[in-house]
Design a protein around this ligand. Structure first.
Ligand code: GLV
Ligand code: MN
Ligand code: MN
Length: 411
């Protein structure tokens, strides 16, 4: 009954149940500190309790379950991933890692087995940054690395993070209580869908992550002057959207010129946004990532310079504000080797790969050794409702995770 296949079937059902908790009916959107965040925590907390864990919600809104080990106060292995989503998300991103963690504990609990070390499973509250732009809020609170200026950042409705925490029943001034001590942590393990096509192309169900690429997120505001679309000659316009358009193309060009850096403009807001009005104000976001921090910063500098020049040419003002900055985070060599051995023990060829997507493991690397298992994504699709990982691959992932737990006895 407790075979990995049965657990994978249960994980699939749970993923469907969890994905029904959404801010918008018919699509999946679940952002930090919303009523749906609370409901997801309650449901996952209920599953954690059913797997024999003590459960609680921490000062940042992360849901945590703890399964004690055989030896008193040994440092805990933390297994985790996130429960928040992007807008119109797929249902495997983040959630799969949390539910596979719970499935492994359930397997231990139902056979009455305790490992020498305790295990905690964390459903992190904010990894995507879909509400406040800045990412890893849940995991950075656990590492004690949340910058207090973050609390003043606002969402699209103008609500500050401080206020949203209060509305949720939490207190920004007490979020430090979520921080954990490095001495209490053995390591951090995250299972996640690959979100890209590499494993599928290689014909492998799983891979091991070597490092999580660094990222820069900016908000750029261009101020020009709104005017009549029919009367203002082209040479006298201060068109903020024309500047932003050059910015979008600069992101594409500069990243194209650097093999290991990728860049995206995902949000563009045009004001006033009318067919017959010259755009007076535009705000757009820039997300630039790469494995090499120097290359990434060079691209950010080139893009910023291109936007400044485009603004100057049109007598507009360009202002940049940093939303998020994360350096490239390496996984621990020891954890990489353990995961490789686990993949081989389950009968597959292990392969190493970097992660282009951000993960809670990148934040947790500040606190302890981290390791990541990637599972194959069908069609390499993610951040899209079509995102899918098969039940067979999830069973393989659970088996790999169980092998890793065995090996961690000697860590
Ligand atoms: C999170 O999934 C990110 O990489 O943006
Ligand atoms: Mn994601
Ligand atoms: Mn994710």
């Amino acid at each position: 009954m407790n075979s990995a296949e049965a657990l994978a079937r249960q994980v699939m059902h749970r993923i469907d149940e969890l994905s029904a908790i959404s801010e918008t009916p018919g699509i999946l959107t679940r952002r930090y500190l919303t009523a749906e965040h609370r409901r997801a925590n309650e449901l996952v907390g209920h599953w954690m309790s059913g797997a024999g864990m003590d459960t609680w919600q921490d000062a940042a809104g992360n849901v945590i379950g703890r399964y004690d080990g055989a030896q008193g106060n040994a440092p805990a292995l933390i297994i985790g991933s996130h429960l928040d989503t992007v807008v119109n998300a797929g249902k495997f991103d983040g959630m799969l890692g949390v539910l596979c963690g719970v499935a492994c504990i359930q397997a231990l609990f139902q056979t009455g087995r305790r490992l020498s070390y305790p295990i905690e499973v964390i459903g992190f509250a904010d990894e995507e940054g879909a509400r406040f732009g800045t990412t890893y809020l849940g995991s950075r609170a656990v590492t004690g690395q949340l910058d207090p200026s973050t609390f003043e950042q606002t969402d699209a409705a103008g609500i500050s993070l401080r206020q949203a925490l209060a509305d949720f029943g939490l207190d920004a001034d007490r979020i430090c209580q979520a921080a954990r001590r490095p001495d209490d942590i053995l390591a951090f393990l995250e299972l996640h869908i690959e979100q890209g096509p590499v494993l599928e192309v290689l014909g492998r169900p799983a891979g091991v992550v070597t490092a999580i690429n660094g990222q820069t997120r900016l908000s750029v505001t261009i101020t020009g002057e709104a005017g009549h679309a029919g009367t203002v000659p082209m040479s006298l316009r201060r068109d903020a959207l024309a500047v932003a358009a050059e910015g979008v193309l600069a992101v594409e060009r500069e990243c194209d010129e650097n093999d290991d850096v990728v860049g995206t403009v995902g949000i563009l807001r045009v004001t006033p946004g009318a067919i017959n009005v010259i755009p007076g104000d535009v705000t757009f976001t820039v997300d630039i990532r790469g494995k090499d921090d120097v290359d990434r910063r060079n691209v950010v500098a080139e893009v910023s310079q291109a936007v400044r020049e485009a603004a100057e040419k049109r007598n507009c003002i360009a202002q940049f504000s940093a939303i998020h900055e994360a350096i490239s985070a390496p996984c621990s060599e020891r954890m990489i080797e353990i995961i490789e051995r686990a993949i081989a023990a389950v009968g597959f060829k292990p392969g190493r790969m970097p992660s282009g997507a951000g993960h809670d493991a990148a934040a947790m690397a500040e606190l302890c050794d981290v390791g990541m298992i990637f599972l194959r994504s069908e069609g390499g699709i993610s951040h899209n409702p079509a995102e899918r990982t098969s039940q067979e691959d999830i069973a393989i992932g659970i088996n790999i995770m169980m092998k890793v737990l065995d090996e961690m006895e000697g860590y």
